[in-house]
Design a protein around this ligand. Structure first.
Ligand code: AQP
Length: 346
C-alpha cells in the first residue's frame, strides 16, 4: 500500500450568506483540525461561477469567506488560506479528471439535479462537471482528509472513484515514474459531530442554505444579536416538551435540529444536552440557545466586520496562501503530466 502524508483540504463557496450550517458543518471543524494536521483551506471562487454571479458582489464575498475563516480562528501563517482562481492547477487537473470521470457517474450526482432543477438544458456545463473540479481541488494537494457537511458525501465518494480510476488506468506509468503503486490517495470525508446537516429554522426537512429566499430560515454569521434572537425565537418547533433521550427526537425534525445546533455550539453531544433540558418547554430551551448562539457567533461576526474593513490585509493573506498552495499544486501537475505522457519543460 502506498503511504501519503496526512493533509487536510476543504473549501467554501463565496456565494453569500455564510450561515450556521457552513460554520458548524465545516468552518468550526476546520479550526479544530488545524491542531492535528497540515491544513489547506480554500475559497472556491471557480465553483461559485457555475451559477451566475455579479462580479463586484463576488469580490466582496471572496473577502467575506476569508474573513470568516480568520475570525473563526484559522491561522493563515501555520496553514494555507487562499482563493482557488489564483492557483491555475485546479482548473488544469479538473480537465484531466473530466477525461477520467464517466458521464454515468456525474449523471448520478444529486446536487446537480437539485441545483439544475427542471431546467437542466439551461444549466451551465460547469455545474454538471462541478464534482470533477472538487476532486481536483482535493487531489492537487494529494489531501488525505476532507472535512465537509453531510451534503458533500456523494461528491467525496466521486473524488475517491476518480482517484482510484486514475491510479488503475495509469498504474504502469505511475510505477515507471517512480511513484509506487498509486499516485493519488483515496481521501477520507470527515463528516462528524452533532451538526453534520443543519436544517432550515423554518422547515426541518430542508437543509439550511445560503440560497433559501427566507432569511428566517438561517442564522448568518454576520447577524446581530437581535437578529439571532428573533430567528431562534421564531424557529419552527412542535408542541411537545423536549425528550430526555435521543430516541425521543425521532420524527421530530425541528426539535432534533435545534438540539443538534445547541450541542455543536456547546461542544457537547445531543444526549448530554437532553440530559440537561429533557422535559423543558421550547421557550426555555430557545432562551438558552439564543444566549449560547450570541456568545459563540457574536465575536466571530464582530471580527469579520473588523477584518472586512481592511481589504489590503485580507488580499495579502490570499496572495501569500496562493503562493504556498501553488508550489504544492504545480509539483502535482508536473507529476501528472509525466504520468500521462505529456512533454513538459524541465
Ligand atoms: N446546512 C448545512 N449543514 C452542515 N453543513 C453544511 N454545509 C453547507 N450547508 C450545510 C457545508 O458547508 C461547506 C461549504 O458549503 P459550500 O459553500 O460549498 O456551499 P453549499 O453546500 O452549496 O452551501 P449552501 O448553503 O447549501 O448553498 P446553496 O444554497 O447555494 O446550496 C461544505 O462543507 C458543506 O457541506
Amino acid at each position: 500500500m502506498a503511504t501519503f502524508s496526512q493533509r487536510v483540504f476543504s473549501g467554501v463557496q463565496p456565494t453569500g450568506n455564510l450561515h450556521l450550517g457552513n460554520y458548524l458543518g465545516a468552518i468550526q471543524r476546520f479550526v479544530e483540525l488545524q491542531e492535528r494536521y497540515e491544513c489547506i483551506y480554500c475559497v472556491v471562487d471557480l465553483h461559485a461561477i457555475t451559477v451566475p454571479q455579479k462580479p463586484a458582489e463576488l469580490t466582496r464575498q471572496i473577502r467575506e469567506v476569508t474573513a470568516a475563516f480568520l475570525a473563526a480562528g484559522i491561522d493563515p501563517r501555520r496553514h494555507i488560506v487562499f482563493n482557488q482562481s489564483q492557483v491555475s492547477a485546479h482548473a488544469e487537473l479538473a480537465w484531466v479528471f473530466n477525461c477520467v470521470a464517466r458521464m454515468g457517474w456525474l449523471n448520478r450526482m444529486t446536487q446537480f439535479k437539485e441545483k439544475a432543477g427542471k431546467d437542466r438544458e439551461n444549466a451551465s456545463v460547469g455545474l454538471f462537471t462541478y464534482p470533477d473540479l472538487m476532486a481536483a481541488d482535493i487531489l492537487v494537494y494529494r489531501a488525505t482528509h476532507v472535512p465537509v457537511g453531510d451534503d458533500q458525501k456523494q461528491h467525496l465518494e466521486l473524488t475517491r472513484d476518480i482517484a482510484q480510476k486514475f491510479n488503475n488506468d495509469y498504474r504502469e506509468s505511475i510505477e515507471a515514474n517512480g511513484f509506487g503503486e498509486a499516485y493519488f490517495p483515496l481521501p477520507e470525508a470527515l463528516i462528524q459531530g452533532p451538526a453534520r446537516r443543519v436544517m432550515s429554522l423554518r422547515d426541518g426537512s430542508r437543509k439550511m442554505s445560503k440560497s433559501d429566499p427566507s432569511d428566517y430560515s438561517r442564522i448568518n454569521l454576520t447577524d446581530s444579536a437581535d437578529a439571532i434572537a428573533q430567528k431562534v425565537r421564531k424557529a419552527k418547533t412542535d408542541p411537545l416538551p423536549l425528550p430526555s433521550e435521543e430516541a425521543g427526537l425521532a420524527d421530530r425534525p425541528e426539535a432534533d435540529n435545534l438540539v443538534g445546533i445547541y450541542a455543536a455550539l456547546a461542544g457537547r453531544t445531543k444526549a448530554e444536552v437532553l440530559a440537561e433540558f429533557g422535559g423543558a418547554q421550547f421557550s426555555a430551551f430557545k432562551s438558552a440557545l439564543v444566549d449560547l448562539s450570541v456568545a459563540r457567533l457574536g465575536p466571530i461576526g464582530a471580527e469579520m466586520r473588523r477584518l472586512m474593513a481592511d481589504e489590503a490585509y485580507i488580499d495579502s493573506v490570499l496572495v501569500d496562501g496562493a503562493n504556498r498552495a501553488r508550489a504544492i499544486a504545480e509539483q502535482t501537475m508536473k507529476d501528472v503530466k509525466d504520468i500521462l505522457g505529456f512533454i513538459r519543460a524541465r
